[in-house]
Design a protein around this ligand. Structure first.
Ligand SMILES: C[C@H](O)[C@H](O)[C@H]1CNC2=NC(N)=NC(=O)C2=N1
Length: 102
């Protein structure tokens, strides 16, 4: 997976393919509705996949939702293909946990 920052057009294209994810400066972010303990289970599953692929989201757990934010630290906190790959994986895991798309 390249750690080259993506050009703006590529970012727009990839965001268009990932409904629910929003850009926030040089990261992408999405929240899922899920109760606290379910959120913990979801995070553990995501963390296992992150360990396998070597890419990690910033994760904010609240009592009724969990928010994932992703950027590539190794690219100077810019968006890369690795961020969009992880976002797709998080979507699939969140659906498997029956998290509510927000
Ligand atoms: C050595 C290790 O693979 C790197 O530091 C990885 C780990 N996980 C990472 N996660 C994210 N989001 N960005 C990175 O640049 C990054 N780098």
């Amino acid at each position: 997976m390249s750690v080259e920052p993506l050009p703006e057009e590529a970012i727009a294209k990839r965001l268009g393919e990932l409904p629910g994810w929003r850009r926030r400066q040089d990261s992408i972010t999405r929240a899922f509705g899920i109760r606290y303990h379910g959120g913990v289970a979801l995070i553990v599953h995501v963390a296992d996949v992150e360990r396998l692929i070597g890419h990690h989201a910033d994760i904010d757990l609240r009592w009724d939702h969990v928010r994932f934010s992703i950027t590539t630290h190794d690219a100077g906190h810019k968006l890369t293909d690795a961020d969009f790959d992880l976002a797709r994986r998080i979507d699939a895991i969140a659906m498997a946990h029956e998290a509510r798309p927000l």
